[in-house]
Structure formats: C-alpha cells, structure tokens
Write a protein that binds this ligand. Structure first.
Ligand code: HEM
Length: 464
C-alpha cells in the first residue's frame, strides 16, 4: 500500500518538517484524542492519508502512521535514530533501569539478558502453572447473575506473573498480591502528573508510592537472595532465576536494582494488558455465539487452532495498547518528509487494524481471517515491532490461550444481545468499560469427553 498521491510526488525531494494533519486547535485535538480516539484518527487518515500530524499539548507533535511499509521502516530504523524510552514519564515509577525507559546500547544489552526466558521453548514450563491458577480463580465464579470478569482476569494475570516471572511463593506471593494492585493503581495515576513526583511525607501521593515501591523492592531482594542460595537454581523455570544467572557481555551479573526495575516493568507491561485482552475476549464471544460454539467444540476435542485465531482477532479489533511510540533523535526520513528531532511517531493498531485495505470487512469479528494464516507483521501490531517488540508476546498468547481453554471447559458462557461495551482507559490499557460482563452456567463434568479431561494439551507458540 502506498503513500497518498500528495506525499508520493514529494518522495524524490523530501520535505523538511511535518506532514499535514487536522487543523483544529490543540485543545480540541487534546479532547478528541481522549474521548474519540479511533474515529478522530480514521477521519484524519481518510483526509490526509497514511501519514499525518496530530498536535496535542501533552506530547507535542505526533506523526501517526498507518501504512505497513512506513511502519516497517520505522520499526526497523536504527536505535540511534529513533528512541522509545528517553524522557518517558514511566521512569520515576518503573525505575531508571526499566527496559521501557532506556535506549540504544544500554537497552539492547538489557533486552538481550531478558529475552531467553521468554523464548517459545520455555513456555511449556509455565503452562501447567497458569492452568492451575486459572482453574482456582474460575472455580469462584457463580451461576446466574451477570458480573464483570475483569477483576478475575486481573487476579489471574497478576498471579501468573508473580509465580512464573518472579518465582514468588507462599508468604512473599501473598504479600505481593496484596501490595501490587495498590501500588500499580497509584503508580498509573501518578505517571502522567510529574508535578506530583515529590515526596512531601508519608501522606502525600508520591510519598505513599515511594514507600510501597520500597516495600516491593525489599520483597524482590528477598526473592533474589533466595534464588542466589537455591541449589536448584539452574533447574528453575521462573524469569527471576534466569536473570540471577544471566551475565552481561563483560561477564558481570545483573545488579539487584536492575533485576528489580525489570520485574516492575514486566508487571506494569504484562499484567493489565493481558487481563484487559481476556476481558475483551469474553465481551466479544458473548456477542458472537457462532464463534463461541466452535471454540467450545474445539476445546472439548483437544484442538487449538481456532482459539489461536480468535485471540489474534480479539487483539486486532480491541488492541489494548493503541500505539507504539518512537521519538525522533536524529532527522528521520519517512513518507516524503524529514521529521525533525523531538517528533513522536505513533505506529498504531488503532489505524491499521481497522483498515479495509489490510483487513477486508475490517469491522467484522471474524477469527477465520487468521485461521491457518499468520497475521501480517507490520499490519497486525498489538505487540509493537522491531527491537522494542513486546518481549512478553509469546508468554501473553500462551497465557490467554490456557485461560480461555480453561474457561470454555469449566463454564458455559451465555450469549447476549447487549450493545458492545465501550472502551475505557485504565491507566495502562484500554479495557471494556463494564469490565467484560459475563453470565455463566457450570458445565456438567460428564459433558466433557474423557479425552479432554485427561489430556495435557501441548502448547505451540505464537509466531514471533
Ligand atoms: C496482551 C498482552 C500484552 C500486550 C498487548 C503488550 C503490548 C506491548 C506493546 C505494544 C509494547 C511496546 C512495543 C513497541 O514499542 O514496539 C510492549 C512492550 C513490552 N512488553 Fe508487552 N504486552 C503484553 C504482555 C506483556 C507481558 C506478559 C510481558 C512480560 C511478562 C510484557 C513485557 C513487555 C516489556 C518488558 C516491553 C518493553 C520491550 C522493550 O522496550 O524492549 N508484555 N508490550
């Protein structure tokens, strides 16, 4: 797919500066991006083409890109030209070593240490843990009344990260489960308001956050210490155990504060995002009984292809993170323009996922479009791309697969004719506004074929 005719005619002599975009005042663009993000962007795309500039107060000039070729160029650009972490408001909350706030060589070095635990092969080790966590949580559901599933999916994904990534258990697990929801809620609220990042005593918001973060760090130190003294360390599957053993190129180990900041980062990046996607899955399936029936039949028969495709389709139509952001550090040529340093580039599922040219009948929820076909790398981008692509993508896909399979086998999800739930931004992710309302009936154990009860389903891995 090409650039607009206007931009194409300029590609020979790129223009210094920003592409055109909506001309309304910044204040109105502020409001539109908060209240009507997708319609606002789609209208701008129709008018200005696949690269246009949005102007808002908080982030300045943002160049939105909806063409897979331009997205590829941006995702694969040199990390010296495009940054992602610098100046991030997340720094004070996640810590200065967080993968999300560092760039260039330092980012590549940390990322290299974190990648091996997330390799596809390792996912098998986490699957039975997650199945157990999901079964325990879903067993608490009640028949009859409609209820939001989001609190449940939040508990599942929190425990999944604390066990599989942190290697937490017993008392430390309990204390983290009590602390983390309070800490992340306050952290998300404080992130966009740097003026509040001052510790004015234990009762001030930042003071309270700092104390919770100190408690979190102390618990992480306990886990790190325990791992260092664990004679079974080499056989442990959790990500913390692998970080404790990891070595930088010069042979040095990761420092405790590096490990703690990355644990905090994985929590922030992987907990609410996965929970919100699961809540959207319930929300979509109740409105598509045909898809639901096919999923149930497949789960009972021990299959998984249609479930894989369904998860991808939920992520296409309800991406919980709308954009991956890159910050121009050195002049960067894109789509006929030379973008100046300081410009933000937004690469968005919010644009590509709804584009009829890329996904025919784009507004229709249709898992069939991904059946036997991997999504296109630079059009289907719920996990971003390039050297900043989500390192937890395979983990998240496996987790959503196991939780959905467990749900389908334990409960009958009742369809609804209610209108779709609206989007609500929860601090990290866009979640269903009513929390993904469900009404369920318990499945009779005898309704499940013996094979489905006995079998240990093997996990294959989402494409990188
Ligand atoms: C459905 C669930 C998830 C979604 C939609 C999601 C989405 C994303 C996106 C859009 C990015 C930015 C990519 C870019 O800028 O190109 C990202 C980065 C990241 N994600 Fe995820 N994520 C999910 C789950 C997870 C999980 C489970 C973990 C870890 C346990 C995780 C850890 C990270 C980390 C560490 C980064 C930073 C990577 C870097 O900067 O190098 N995410 N994620």
């Amino acid at each position: 797919m090409g650039e607009t005719a206007e931009a194409t005619s300029r590609t020979d002599a790129p223009i210094e500066g920003l592409p055109p975009g909506p001309r309304m005042p910044r204040a109105l663009q502020d409001v539109a991006t908060v209240t009507r993000l997708r319609p606002f962007l789609r209208r701008a795309q129709r008018r200005y083409g696949d690269i246009f500039t949005v102007r808002v107060h908080r982030f300045g000039n943002i160049v939105a890109v909806g063409d897979p070729e331009l997205i590829k160029r941006t995702f694969t650009a040199s990390p010296r030209t495009l940054y992602s972490g610098e100046g991030s408001a997340l720094g004070p909350v996640l810590g200065i070593n967080s993968l999300l706030v560092i760039d260039e060589q330092i980012h590549l070095r940390q990322r290299k240490l974190l990648l091996p635990p997330f390799h596809g092969e390792r996912m098998r080790a986490y699957e039975s843990t997650i199945e157990r966590i999901a079964t325990d949580e879903l067993a608490q559901w009640r028949e009859g009344e409609e209820f939001p599933v989001a609190p449940s999916t939040m508990r599942i994904t929190l425990r999944a990260i604390l066990v599989a990534v942190f290697g937490a258990h017993d008392e430390v697990l309990q204390r983290l489960e009590e602390l983390v929801p309070r800490m992340t809620e306050l952290g998300s609220a404080l992130t966009p308001v740097p003026i509040l990042h001052h510790d004015l005593g234990p009762l001030s918001p930042w003071g309270r956050f700092r104390r919770m973060r100190a408690e979190f760090d102390a618990l992480c130190d306990d886990l790190i210490d325990e791992a260092k003294h664990d004679p079974e360390l080499e056989r442990r599957p959790d990500v913390l155990a692998l970080m404790v053993q990891a070595r930088h190129d010069d042979g040095s180990r990761m420092r405790n504060e590096e490990i703690r900041d990355q644990l905090m980062t994985m929590l922030a990046a992987g907990h609410e995002t996965t929970a919100a996607t699961l809540a959207w899955t319930v929300e979509r399936l109740r409105r598509h009984p045909g898809v639901l029936a096919r999923l149930v039949a497949e789960a009972d028969a021990g299959g998984r292809d249609y479930r894989d495709a369904t998860i991808r389709e939920v992520q296409r139509l309800r991406p919980v993170i709308m954009f991956s952001i890159r910050i121009v550090k050195r002049p960067f040529e894109l789509g006929g323009y030379v973008l100046p340093p300081g410009t933000r580039i937004a690469l968005g599922g919010a644009l590509t996922h709804y584009d009829e040219r890329l996904f025919p009948d784009a507004l229709r929820f249709s898992p069939e479009r991904f059946l036997g076909r991997a999504p296109e790398t630079y059009a289907w981008i719920p996990f971003g791309g390039g050297i900043r692509r989500c390192i937890g993508a395979t983990f998240a896909h496996m987790e959503m697969d196991v939780v959905l399979r467990t749900l389908l086998r334990m409960w009958t999800l009742e369809p609804t004719t209610a209108p779709p739930e609206r989007l609500k931004f929860r601090g990290v992710a866009y979640a269903p506004a009513d929390g993904g309302l469900a009404r369920v009936r318990r499945r009779e154990p005898r309704a499940l074929p013996a094979r489905a009860v006995r079998e240990r389903v093997t996990i294959t891995v989402a494409p990188a």
